[in-house]
Design a protein around this ligand. Structure first.
Ligand code: BV8
Length: 239
């Protein structure tokens, strides 16, 4: 890795799997989100059907509950050796480094990552749909909670839904254009534009490496692929 100055790392749900956070898809099949409703009745929804602006408009309580439960689950999980290895790389790497995560958990930060960007939003952040104000999610914020900035009852999860533009795409595209190495970790390659980053980086001349439990939908675009659990593969790659 010594001749690689500028690195972009893309992470997906697979990097948090060994911390106990369920992934969205296994073997490419869309996962369901299962939960018990107020009466304890088991229900399930396709993630794609809950993570949309239409679902938020149609059933805000369901969408808030989907994210409230996942936010609450953060208290019971911790970074795994993959997050810790990436934080070590962040501390030690003299060149440019950007970790772009599709994940909305806070495990990269809790492991100590600094040069980090959440392109699909964050569970611990609240967004005002009216004025765009963004602030930490504190306590219980049911649908219709008031934005402290503009006074509108428009607070929502600070999550990029399907059909919404991911965050900081200009910054990501600039980093990909300068990258000498692009590493994708724990992602199925099912969701765009993240799934297309390997092609952008490759066209710009970067080496490309996939670290994933199994071949992803985009494996053919990578020069090199190593398959196995991230908590084993990532420390081996970093150290
Ligand atoms: C946009 C929110 C445009 C947070 C998420 C047709 C073709 C191409 C594209 C599209 C299309 N139709 C629609 C689109 C666009 C759409 C899309 O890509 N749809 C897909 C389903 C076809 N994309 C969008 O809508 C994006 N926006 O395009 O905007 C635009 C333009 C102008 C103006 C306005 C808009 C927005 C996408 C973001 C959606 N939000 N999540 C949340 O709820 O968490 S996406 C959701 O999927 C998560 O963010 C997740 O991170 C992401 C991707 O999934 P992965 O991270 O890859 O996770 P997955 O479970 O799929 O895979 C896990 C992998 O890990 C597996 O490979 C597994 O083998 C591996 N693994 C498991 N365990 C381990 C492991 N690896 C290592 N170690 C282990 N232990």
């Amino acid at each position: 890795m010594t001749d690689m100055h500028n690195i972009v790392v893309l992470t997906g749900a697979g990097v948090s799997a060994e911390s106990g956070i369920p992934t969205f898809r296994t073997h490419g099949a869309v996962s369901y989100w299962e939960y018990g409703d107020e009466d304890g009745v088991r229900k399930r929804h396709r993630v794609e059907d809950v993570c949309t602006p239409e679902a938020l408009a149609r059933d805000p309580a369901l969408v808030h509950r989907f994210y409230d439960l996942r936010r609450a689950a953060l208290a019971g999980v911790a970074p795994n050796p993959a997050h810790e290895a990436l934080a070590r790389l962040d501390r030690a790497w003299p060149g440019e480094l950007l970790v772009v995560t599709q994940n909305v958990d806070d495990l990269h930060e809790r492991a100590g990552a600094r040069r980090l960007l959440h392109m699909h939003g964050e569970l611990r952040s609240a967004l005002c749909a009216q004025c765009g104000d963004r602030r930490p999610w504190r306590g219980d914020l049911p649908p219709g909670s008031i934005c402290e900035e503009c006074g509108t009852p428009a607070l929502r999860p600070d999550i990029v839904f399907f059909g919404e533009m991911p965050y900081a795409m200009d910054r990501i595209e600039r980093a990909l254009a300068r990258a000498d190495l692009f590493v994708s970790i724990g992602t199925s390659g099912a969701v765009y534009p993240a799934a297309g980053f390997v092609q952008v980086a490759g066209r710009a001349g970067a080496r490309t490496l996939e670290l994933n439990l199994e071949p992803s939908a985009g494996s053919a675009w990578f020069e090199e692929a190593r398959h196995g659990p991230a908590a084993t593969l990532v420390p081996t790659w970093v150290d």
